[in-house]
Design a protein around this ligand. Sequence first.
Ligand code: AMP
Length: 288
Amino acid sequence: MLIFKLAADIHHFMISQKLKQITVGFVPTMGALHAGHMALIKAARSDNDLVICSIFVNPTQFNDTKDFEKYPITLEDDIYLLEKSGCNVLFLPSLIEIYPEKTTRQADYQLGYLETILEGKFRPGHFQGVCQVVHRLLSITIPHKLYLGQKDLQQCLVIKKMVDIEKLDVEIIICPIERESDGLAMSSRNRRLNKAERANAPNIYKTLQLVKAGLRPGIVDDIKKEAIDNLTARGFKTDYIEIADAGTLEAIESFSSNISLVVLAAAFVNDVRLIDNIIFMPGITSRI
Ligand code: AMP
C-alpha cells in the first residue's frame, strides 16, 4: 500500500492513474478503523481498479473540543487492517495539507433544512465542517466513486447535496451498517466505552427495533416518547429519536405511508455520544 502525506503528491499520482483509465474508489475516514470501515473498503475494492482511503481527524466538524481531543487514534492497527483489506493507497495528511489557509476560514454551503435537523440541531456547524473536509479531499483525490456508510445517514445526504451544489463529478455509494453480534453499530467511539457502558450500548439498537416494530397507523409522538423513556430508564441521555422519510430525513408526524422510513437515534452513554438508524419499508419485514 502506498502512503502519501502531501496533497500535491497524491493529487499528481491520482492524475497519472486516471490518465491510464484506472477507476478509483475513495473511502474517507477519521481512523480507529473497524469492520464498518473495512466493509466500505471491500465495496470499493469490488467496484474499482484502485482504492484510496484517507485518515484525517477533521477538527472543523467537531463542535465539542473534548470529543475531538478524545477521538481514538490507532494508526499502526489502521495501516495493518488497510494492508490486509487490499487498500492500495492511504492518504494521511497533516492539518496544513487540508487547510493551507488555516481552519478559521468558515465553510458556507447552502445545505438548507438538512443542516438544522437531527445531528445538525445538536451539533451546530458540524455539517459545514464535514462538507469542507470532504470537498477538499475529493478535490485532492479526484475519485470516480465515493463510499459512505449508512451509519451516518444524514452525513450521506449532506455530502450528496454538497456534491450537487459544487457540481462534482463523483458517484456516491452508500454501504449498509456493520454491527457487532449484539447489534451495536460499529463505531470508532465504541473504543471509549468501559465494560458496563459497552454492555448497555446495544440498547440503542434494541430501542430502534422496538420503535420499528411498534409503529401503527396514526400519530408517532407516543412511540418516540416511549423510546426516549426506555433509554432514559437505562441511563442514556437521548438527544433525539426520530422517525423520518429515509430519502429526505423529513420527520413524519403520522404513520401510514408506503415510503421507505428510517428510525434514527442519538444518545449519550455517560460522555460517549452514539448514533444509529434502521431503514425499512413499512409492511416488509426484512431490513434494507
Ligand atoms: P468515520 O471514520 O467515523 O468518519 O467513518 C468513515 C466512514 O465509515 C463514514 O462514511 C461512516 O459512515 C462509515 N462507517 C462508520 N461506521 C460504520 C459502520 N458501522 N458500518 C458501515 N459504515 C460505517
